[in-house]
Design a protein around this ligand. Structure first.
Ligand code: NAD
Ligand code: ZN
Length: 249
């Protein structure tokens, strides 16, 4: 067993209330590109800010074009070894909550109950009216956009329909933020997995965990700005590292 895996395993053994915090990096092994790696989504396009989505049709066209491209990967993605290791830890009662920045739904697809997954940036597997909050299936919306260049509008109130994700400049979901705060305050080990830890307020949680006395592990291919706070930094691949540490294939 390599040293990184052994150290992670030891910390897991010593802890009883673990929180796992995930970013786009945990899903790259499922074929979904992250945002900030070379070749990632932001090397090809720029984000659409919430205010622009609301005020500009051109921005809405850009946002739905990006969604269409991302959906080609997400719609066929399955949970990978990293997701399976996290699910095992939840099932064993070791992990109390998974806080995720991801919008791909793969933690739930791996078998973790909604009550234990906290989605900070919403969910990209469906769409929602910005005014009356009515929810819409994604498939017909994407088909109409792709085939007829039609932008979705709410059939109930005429409002703008957007994926149920949190865009830059959009307010954070209050309930999810509260749940994430409570889980972070209560944990004795916080493991950040596959996140560049630059998107706030999400990236504030690892620091809060550390300040509240939990141990902090950062597992990411590249260094992050929060590495100095961590008790253990593992610059490793996620699937093999978590898989070996937890004993999951
Ligand atoms: P990010 O792209 O900023 O960072 C991902 C990090 O993961 C990078 O530092 C990269 O080095 C690392 N990484 C990638 N694959 C890895 C692997 N196999 N093993 C180890 N490390 C790996 O992503 P972020 O921090 O999550 O923040 C950006 C935003 O991206 C989030 O708000 C999220 O909503 C959104 N996003 C989500 C998805 C998804 O749902 N799958 C995909 C792309 C972006
Ligand atoms: Zn509506």
């Amino acid at each position: 067993m390599n040293k990184a895996v052994a150290e992670l395993r030891q910390l897991l053994e010593r802890s009883t209330r673990v929180v796992i915090f995930t970013g786009a990096g945990i899903s790259t092994e499922s074929g979904i590109p992250d945002f900030r790696s070379p070749g990632g989504v932001w090397s090809q396009t720029t984000p659409v800010y919430f205010d622009d989505f609301v005020s500009s049709e051109a921005a809405r066209i850009k946002a739905w074009t990006q969604k269409l491209a991302m959906e080609r990967n997400i719609s066929v993605a399955d949970p990978n070894r990293g997701h399976r290791a996290v699910e095992r830890l939840v099932r064993l009662g070791k992990v109390t909550h998974v806080i995720t920045q991801n919008i791909d739904g793969l933690h739930q697809l791996s078998g973790i109950a909604d009550t234990q997954v906290i989605e900070l940036h919403g969910n990209g597997t469906y769409a929602k009216c910005l005014d009356c909050h009515r929810t819409y299936e994604l498939k017909p919306i994407l088909e109409a956009f792709e085939n007829e260049a039609r932008l979705p509008m709410c059939t109930q109130c005429g409002g703008l329909v957007k994926t149920a994700t949190i865009s830059f400049g959009q307010s954070m979901p209050e309930t999810q933020m509260r749940r994430a705060q409570a889980a972070t305050n209560a944990c004795d080990l916080f493991i950040a997995v596959g996140s560049s830890l630059v998107v706030y307020p999400a990236a504030g949680f690892p620091v809060v965990a550390k300040q509240r006395g939990a141990s902090l592990v950062i597992l990411n291919r590249e260094p992050t700005e929060l590495d100095t706070y961590a008790d253990l930094v593992l610059n490793e691949e996620i699937g093999p590292t978590l898989g070996d540490a937890v004993g999951v294939n």
